[in-house]
Ligand binder design. Structure first.
Ligand code: HSE
Length: 428
């Protein structure tokens, strides 16, 4: 094992508690023989055998008696180099590292294929939900049309607690960190970066295409205020951190990570706390929901160890690389155009902060109209009068994103606008 933090400790606990079950299924036990950590003297849980700790990760990937290298150290550069070395050495690799697979998966998987070894990463997306297996194996006979997911537990946890308990952003984030959901650097969670990595992996598997994280339009939940949740609720919506991937009519891919208003009674609205979900649509299958814990030591460890079990089964059957890591072999991966976010069409929630002056609404409505954005509903909140700043919330009809953004740029230059307008997509 490379790394022994929250997930690594969870793996050791699971291997201990489920040792008999796993051995009964495999016919052989799984032995952890070496654990590379940064600081071997740090106090650890009793489940971590001190005698296996080493500060030499290279020694682990080079060791003759290691069949499978399990990477749970995180980070891209050092982890990437170690796993390339492991694959070069003919070791099978299991990793929970979404940033690494999203950014370097292509070269790692190509090397694994060349060497005829397995490289699995079930835990990299949505922790304990077996979404990678579903895309790679269960849907091997179908074509994915669209998938919409909540794949960052920390963001979902924060928005849920802000919505239900009126907690402030910072306090809610602290709760996610204490529960072990958040990344070491939680800006990755709240900026949408973590979900972006996961969506890149999902889209790659769903369509057999190379998707780079920088092709995904990404916005975090940090722009969402408690007041937006309150207004959303009034209009019959909740705000959820979404990751969306779908085929457009022209055959391009529409890839987006952003918070969005979803109808209160909808499937994704019911996914609360740190839960994750992926709601996918197969051309033959139709709609299908997978939901469960997307973070946390044991659910994530469950996915990692299931990958180890798969590698072990392949070893016993002498059938490594039977199922390609990404459902299609590297040589068959295709390139598909990604739709510019400006071309996206949807309804929008808009929150304006305006000085309450005669004619303000007419000016806002005039600019929206000039850019072909039509207002569907509107509400004004605040005492108003005497040039006070009030909040005006509008829901639009379907609009092209570029038109909406151009209109808002112009509106935010108007003198009665007190602060930049907040725009949140409504996902149907
Ligand atoms: N920080 C991640 C999350 C952990 O909150 O979803 C699982 O990848």
């Amino acid at each position: 094992m490379l790394g022994c933090g929250v997930v690594g400790t969870g793996i050791l606990e699971l291997l201990k508690k489920n040792a008999q079950t796993i051995e009964a299924r495999l016919g052989v036990p799984i032995d952890v023989t070496r654990i590379a950590v940064k600081d071997a003297s740090r106090a650890r849980e009793s489940v971590v055998p001190g005698s296996l700790l080493t500060t030499d990760p290279r020694g682990v990937v080079d060791a003759e008696d290691v069949d499978v290298v399990v990477e749970v150290m995180g980070g891209v550069d050092a982890a990437g180099e170690l796993l390339m070395a492991a694959l070069e050495n003919g070791k099978h690799v299991v990793t929970a590292n979404k940033a690494l697979i999203a950014e370097r998966g292509d070269s790692l998987i190509a090397l694994a294929e060349e060497r005829g070894v397995d490289l699995y990463f079930e835990a990299a997306v949505a922790g304990g939900i077996p979404i990678i297996r579903v895309l790679r194996e269960a849907l091997a006979s179908d074509r994915v049309v669209a998938l919409r997911g909540i794949v960052n537990g920390t963001s979902n946890y924060i928005l849920s607690r802000m919505y239900r308990e009126g907690l402030g952003f910072a306090e809610a984030l602290k709760g996610a960190q204490e529960a072990g959901y958040a990344e070491a650097d939680p800006t990755l969670d709240v900026s949408g970066g973590d979900a972006c990595h996961k969506l890149a992996i999902l889209a790659t598997l769903a369509w057999g295409v190379r998707v780079r994280p920088d092709q995904i339009a990404t916005e975090g939940i940090d722009q969402i205020d408690a007041v937006d949740m309150m207004f959303a609720e009034r209009f019959g919506y909740v705000i959820k951190p979404l990751a969306v991937a779908r085929e457009t009519e022209s055959g391009d891919l529409d890839l987006r990570v952003h918070p969005a208003l979803v109808e209160k009674g909808s499937v994704l609205a019911s996914i609360t706390g740190a839960l994750n979900a992926v709601y996918l649509e197969g051309a033959m299958l139709g709609p299908c929901l997978l939901s469960g814990p997307g973070a946390g030591a044991l659910p994530t460890a469950m996915s990692v160890v299931s990958d180890i079990v798969d590698v072990a089964r392949n070893t016993i059957a002498k059938a490594h690389a039977r199922v390609p890591s990404r459902s299609v072999l590297s040589a068959q991966m295709r390139v598909r155009d990604v739709q510019d976010i400006g071309a996206n069409r949807c309804r929008f929630y808009l929150r304006f902060s305006v000085h309450d002056q005669p004619g303000v609404l007419a000016r806002i409505a005039g600019v929206l109209g000039a850019f072909d954005v039509s207002i569907e509903q509107m509400v004004q909140e605040g005492r108003g009068g005497d040039d006070e700043v009030v909040t005006v919330v509008m829901l639009t009809h379907d609009a092209r994103e570029k038109d909406l953004k151009d209109a808002l740029r112009e509106i935010d230059r108007l003198s009665p606008i007190a602060s930049p307008t907040v725009a949140v997509r409504i996902e149907s």
